[in-house]
Each structure stands twice: as structure tokens, then as C-alpha cells.
Design a protein around this ligand. Structure first.
Ligand code: ZN
Length: 153
């Protein structure tokens, strides 16, 4: 864990719409990459790296349901496997295949934990139904008193 990145400089307390809206659009678009033949619930996630790149992911289901992976973790693991370690925000959009999101798709507990491992200071979680209907949370709001690397140092 030597190459952690300080994202504080790029994340303002109120994240700018110029940052949020492209991220939401990328999450909405990423739903098309989902593999969800069982639930037909497609999730797209778009992760903003501290360096500015956006990594996207969709949920990937499996006939052995427990082997499925959420869109958020797909995006995070893609980014981490390409050397990224610090992140500023993630946008998430989900809904029934071929339909606009009917509700906000909040990240599951496992994804919140994975976010905690790599989230930079001020990391934001954006859940979106559309470009004009979304909510922004701090990770601490979604995972209070979480267990992280600091807990075992
Ligand atoms: Zn999840």
C-alpha cells in the first residue's frame, strides 16, 4: 500500500456537476455492458480515479448465483488491476433491462466494503435514476464505523 493517492485536492465538499454528470452518464451507458440473464436487472457503475480517468463496469451474473459480481466491484477491480489505487467518486445506475432506472440502485454491503478499501478522502457515492435525478452520499454515510486498513495497523 505504498502508492495511495491523496484525492482531497480534486474533491470539493460539494462535488461539481461538471464532474458528476459525465460520471452518471457513464454509469447509465455502462448498464449495456451488464451480463444479467437471470435477474434481468442491469447495473452500470462509473468510477472516477484520482488521476481523472473513468472506469466503468456492469454486473456479471452466473448460473451459480453466488459467483456473480456487482457492477461497482467490476469497475473497481478493473481500475485496481490497471494500477489505480485512489478514487474520488463512483456513480451507480440500475434497473430492469431495457428500462430506465425506476429507483436508486444503492451499493450492496460487499461493494461498500470494497469501496472503503480504495476510497480517497471525501469519496462520493452517487446513485442516479437519470442525469437530473440523483443523490450524492459520502461513503461514511453508507458505511458508518466501517472496518478498514487503519483498523489493523
Ligand atoms: Zn455490490
Amino acid at each position: 500500500m505504498t502508492d495511495s493517492v491523496n484525492t482531497e485536492a480534486m474533491v470539493q465538499p460539494q462535488m461539481d456537476q461538471q464532474v458528476i454528470l459525465p460520471l452518471i452518464q457513464a454509469a447509465l451507458d455502462a448498464r449495456a455492458s451488464a451480463y444479467a440473464p437471470y435477474s434481468h436487472y442491469t447495473v452500470g457503475a462509473a468510477l472516477l480515479a484520482a488521476e481523472g480517468e473513468i472506469y466503468t463496469g456492469g454486473n456479471i451474473e452466473n448460473a451459480s448465483y453466488g459467483a456473480s459480481n456487482c457492477g461497482e466491484r467490476t469497475a473497481i477491480f478493473k481500475a485496481v488491476s490497471e494500477g489505480r489505487r485512489g478514487f474520488a467518486a463512483i456513480a451507480i445506475a440500475g434497473g430492469m433491462e431495457g428500462e430506465e432506472p425506476a429507483d436508486y440502485a444503492y451499493p450492496c454491503g460487499i461493494c461498500r466494503q470494497v469501496m472503503k478499501e480504495f476510497a480517497g478522502a471525501g469519496f462520493k457515492v452517487i446513485v442516479a435514476k437519470s442525469l437530473c435525478d440523483y443523490k450524492v452520499y459520502g461513503l461514511d454515510e453508507l458505511l458508518p464505523h466501517g472496518f478498514g486498513g487503519d483498523s489493523i495497523r
